[in-house]
Write a protein that binds this ligand. Structure first.
Ligand code: ADP
Length: 689
């Protein structure tokens, strides 16, 4: 006889079910709430529940039971339970479940069906399988297995079709909702986790500039997040189509060392991905003709290119021992990781390249005897070589890089020279005595793109020889003065006591000329020796306009003689503290040279400019000009230009040497701009105190 449930029974069941399931959200709790309810309401001994835990509709898995079992084997068997829905559909006995119909059978009849595992969990039982339909598409989201009670006096509800179908639909809807919720929470927490990790990766990548560290970090993250069994990173050079192995993790015997080029025949899937620029996920590498096995047990390979400005620069390869070992979220994560890697790898690579160049340069600079210091435009030391370290008794080069130049180098002369070179478009040169008691020829120039370059050449040896030579010349000159005045005396006497004919008179005049030249030479030599020995300058306020005017007046007759237009263009110049006689000597010398070395009809101009901290006076002419080779020696003692145009012009070659010494004695500088055949411009800067 078929027992038709009373309407009140149905209504009560629906009501109780809703009450019972309404507050449940997490699937683990589901059985806790649902199990006791079903067992208390229905003529049922035990029940088992399987659910669609994956977010797809192809399987049911992970059984839970009520009453709960504590037997570890049973628990394990329940947890590893897996029902493939396609298999259910393919079997005639189980097929109705897919269509939402319940089936009733004894466990023993399930031996060769897809439900055999459940039969093993509930052996010797009269089973009813209730499909749980739910979700938007009303699909099978779970399966309820009820073991019928054998008690004939059971007061509870019978396992009736209608009641069970109500149970199935209501419970299915709740289960679907619960699973959906769990899945959303899982997804959310996975996304949050991934976001946190990516943030951490960004921070770490930003902090890392060493290429090997960048690779280590990337592979480490990829291995951690995807559970890959092995991983490698290879750089790719698109121009030469070569892969260079950078790092390998997890292989028993990595066959290539870091930095080694991967032979083409061993490039495998990685090389294929590098060439195509498309990531590849290969579920079973054993079927791939390009696969090069490094470890026998690998099944899945995920190779992802790393791009920089649309060029593949590296490939990250992950391998798993499981078939289809990487899921969508792994692939997505690796994709995000490699997108970030491009910039970091490229930055690290460029840094390494620059570092290598820098080391090369540092080796070269370290090997030369000249001292070199480069300072950036913010005043920090960019580069300093060993020779400079020694010259200034400093600590090692590496400690100095990045330090403020003016706070590190305690040499007033050099710092003054450095400051005066900033923003100047010409090289500033001066001789300096350094703490190691040696003399250096320091040349400082400001390069807009590099910084301030200081090169110092040790000239102590030349200075010493020069000193000896000067002393010798000064002594000889001094000793020559005496016989020279005797000669002059006798010449005068000769002229007074004799009547010479015209010819003899010419000879005597030539003797006088030679005498004057020799006297001038000796005077110049002795003057230079005095200046270099550090003559006491008699310092006082000097009116530059007055002194320059006096120099011009002194030379004007010679200029007029040669028909040279000698002009001045002078603003009101400040009074400077200097030795007036010596300042006059400087400019008289320069103006007289300009007139001397400018052919008839030319011009000579004296002009001046006031600059912050100094005044610049320029003596310019449009005369013979000086070739670059001669310019290099023009301030040397006794240096005279040997050209046909200057052969007939008399001079000692000491004038400019004296001028330079006097300018430097006043803490000024002298420089020259000249072009052969076009003229010269001597510039003297004197500090305004
Ligand atoms: P000198 O006694 O020969 O004039 P200086 O030391 O004054 O000696 O000059 C050195 C050399 O520099 C000169 O021989 C001359 O060739 C060159 N010189 C100096 N001033 C000028 C100038 N204004 N124009 C061209 N050449 C010059």
């Amino acid at each position: 006889m078929v027992n038709i449930p009373a309407e009140s029974q149905v209504i009560r069941l629906v009501h109780d079910l809703n009450l019972q399931l309404g507050s449940i959200l997490v699937d683990d709790d589901f059985i806790e709430a649902f199990g006791p309810f079903v067992v208390s309401q229905f003529q049922c001994e035990r029940l088992a529940l399987l659910a669609n835990l994956q977010n797809d509709t192809s399987s049911l898995e992970h059984a839970s039971s009520w009453p709960k079992t504590t037997d570890p084997d049973q628990l394990h068997a329940q947890r590893s339970l897996f029902l493939d829905l396609n298999e259910l559909e393919a079997h005639t006995l189980t097929q109705p479940l897919i269509a939402g119909k319940l089936i009733r059978t004894m466990s023993k009849h399930l031996a060769d069906t897809p439900l055999s595992a459940i039969a093993r969990l509930l052996p010797e039982a009269d089973l009813t399988f209730v499909p749980l339909l739910g979700g938007a598409d009303t699909v099978l989201v779970g399966l309820l297995v009820l073991e019928k009670s054998n008690d004939v006096d059971d007061e509870r509800l019978p396992l009736d079709d209608t009641l069970l179908s109500i149970l199935g639909t209501t419970c299915g809807a709740f289960l679907a909702h619960t699973l959906e919720h769990t899945h959303t929470v899982d997804q959310f927490s996975t996304n949050m986790h991934e976001m946190n990790i990516l943030q951490q990766i960004d921070a770490e990548l930003n902090d890392t500039i060493a290429l090997d560290k960048v690779f280590e970090m990337l592979l480490d993250w990829a291995l951690r997040f995807t559970n890959a069994s092995a991983a490698s990173m290879a750089m790719y050079d698109v121009d030469t189509d070569t892969l260079t192995m950078m790092l390998q993790y997890g292989y028993q015997q990595p066959d290539l060392k870091a930095g080694e080029i991967v032979p083409h025949q061993r490039g495998g899937i990685t090389l294929r991905v590098a060439r195509s620029g498309h990531a590849e996920l290969i579920g079973n590498v054993q079927d791939d003709p390009d696969y090069v096995p490094l470890s026998e047990e690998m099944h899945t390979q995920l190779s992802t290119p790393i791009f920089r400005e649309e060029r593949v620069i590296a490939v990250m390869t992950l391998q798993s021992t499981k078939p289809n070992g990487f899921r969508d979220n792994h692939v997505n994560f690796v994709d995000k990781l490699t997108r970030r890697a491009g910039v970091a790898v490229d930055n690290a690579r460029l840094f390494e390249q620059t570092n290598r160049e820098r080391q090369k340069l540092s080796l070269i600079l370290g090997g030369i005897a000249d001292s070199v210091i480069v300072v950036d435009h913010d005043g920090h030391i960019l580069l300093v070589n060993q020779s400079a370290v020694n010259a200034f008794n400093l600590r090692s080069e590496s400690v100095l890089i990045g330090k403020k130049f003016t706070e590190t180098i305690h040499h007033e002369g050099l710092i003054q020279l450095y400051k005066s070179a900033i923003n100047r478009d010409e090289q500033v040169i001066r001789e300096l005595e350094l703490p190691n008691e040696r003399t250096y020829h320091a040349a400082i120039s400001d390069h807009s793109s590099i910084g301030i370059i200081i090169v110092m050449h040790d000239v102590t040896h030349y200075k010493e020889t020069d000193q000896l030579k000067n002393e010798l010349v000064a002594t000889v000159s001094h000793d020559l003065k005496q016989p020279l005045s005797v000669m002059r005396g006798y010449l005068d006497l000769l002229q007074m006591t004799n009547e010479f004919n015209e010819r003899s008179q010419r000879y005597v005049s030539q003797l006088f000329n030679a005498f004057h030249h020799m006297k001038q030479l000796i005077d110049d030599i002795l003057d230079l020796a005095r200046i270099e020995a550090g003559i006491e300058l008699s310092l006082d306020g000097v009116d530059l306009n007055k002194v320059l005017a006096q120099s011009v007046v002194a030379i004007r007759p010679s200029a007029d003689n040669k028909i040279i237009n000698l002009t001045t263009d002078l603003p009101q110049l400040p009074t400077i503290r200097a030795d007036e006689g010596r300042i006059r000597q400087i400019f008289t010398n320069l103006i007289s040279n300009a007139v001397k070395y400018t052919p008839s009809g030319g011009w000579v101009k004296v002009s001046a400019e006031i600059k912050p901290g100094h005044v610049k006076i320029v003596v310019q002419d449009n005369g013979l000009g000086i070739s670059p080779e001669d310019q290099a020696h023009i301030f040397d003692r006794f240096y005279r230009v040997r050209r046909p145009e200057t052969d007939d012009i008399e001079g000692t070659g000491l004038g400019l040497a004296i001028v330079r010494s006097l300018v430097e004695a006043h803490h000024g500088e002298i420089s020259l701009i000249s072009r052969l055949g076009e003229g010269s411009s001597f510039r003297v800067t004197l500090p305004i105190t």
